[in-house]
Ligand binder design. Structure first.
Ligand code: ATP
Ligand code: MG
Length: 266
């Protein structure tokens, strides 16, 4: 079943200026998808329409087969969780615990269940020791995990991570890899926006490429990163290992070290 379906969707912040221009997209339940493309391409605008934070100017959006325009943002956010690009846009509680619990309280979920969910989400996001800390006393990189935990606790079927890797060190990246793996294992649909191609290649197979308000590519990573015309249009580069394979005229579609070594040793 399609978790998310866009049919000719456009969006404008101002009357005359389109930020997203006529995009169509299907994402299946349980799929992992990365959306990439240069600054201002329309990535964040696109995903904010998936949970009703923004509403399209034209076109149709279906969430699990249901017309999103007939649902409130509160209802949609129970189906599609969005972790903001900037944690500052999302965090406003005094402790990590109350931040993760906030939406659950709003939904009037009972106290024990809230406690259970907050603790589980905190554990999954490596925050069990920080539940009484003020989020703003934590470094930016850890604050991102607070916003991820808040969305995880909502238990939505779709989880969108907008630029999760910004400012993360190696341990942070490993923790995010684990979170994505666990969400996928739980059957969630995981959508990420990222400028970090290594992270994208390591954790995702399907890549959607946006440029200048449109989707210009949607395919497996091994095709995307060897489509020179597409990369050029989107102002993206091949990963270094693919560049090397290309220079050595090895097989196409090599995108990581394992691929490279396998081919080189043949
Ligand atoms: N709140 C806003 N008001 C007006 N214009 C906006 C607003 N947010 C984004 N835009 C514009 O809409 C276009 C798409 O922006 P969007 O944030 O979706 O891009 P993006 O692909 O997420 O970029 P980035 O990689 O920098 O996060 C850009 O031209 C941007 O300047
Ligand atoms: Mg963005």
């Amino acid at each position: 079943m399609d978790a998310i379906r866009f049919e000719h969707v456009s969006f404008a912040y101002d009357r005359d200026f389109l930020a997203v221009d006529d995009i169509s997209l299907n994402i299946q339940t349980g799929e992992k998808v990365a959306i990439i493309g240069q600054n201002g391409a329309g990535k964040t605008t696109t995903v904010k329409m998936m949970n009703g934070l923004l509403r399209p100017k034209s076109g149709k959006i279906l969430v699990f087969g249901e017309d999103a325009s007939k649902k409130t943002t509160a209802t949609l956010s129970k189906m599609v969780g969005y972790v903001f690009q900037n944690p500052g846009d999302q965090i406003f509680n005094q402790t990590v615990y109350s931040e993760i619990a906030y939406s659950l309280k709003y939904l009037k979920i009972e106290k024990e269940e809230i406690e259970r969910r907050v603790n589980a989400a905190a554990q999954m996001c490596y925050l069990s020791d920080e539940l009484q800390t003020n989020p703003y006393d934590l470094p930016f990189s850890i604050r991102k995990f607070v916003t991820i935990a808040s969305v995880v606790a909502m238990d939505a079927d779709v989880v969108i991570l907008d630029e999760p890797t910004a400012g993360q060190d190696l341990l942070g990246l490993l923790h995010q890899k684990e979170i994505i793996r666990k969400l996928h294992q739980l059957g969630k649909t995981v959508i990420t926006i990222s400028h970090d191609m290594e992270f994208v290649i390591e954790n995702f197979d399907r890549i959607v490429v946006m440029a200048d308000k449109k989707i210009i590519g949607d395919a497996n990573k091994r095709d995307i990163f060897w489509d020179f015309d597409l990369l050029d249009k989107a102002a993206l580069k091949q990963p270094v290992v693919a560049q090397l394979a290309n220079r050595l005229e090895l097989k196409r579609n090599i995108i990581n070290i394992v691929d490279f070594v396998n081919e080189y040793e043949k």
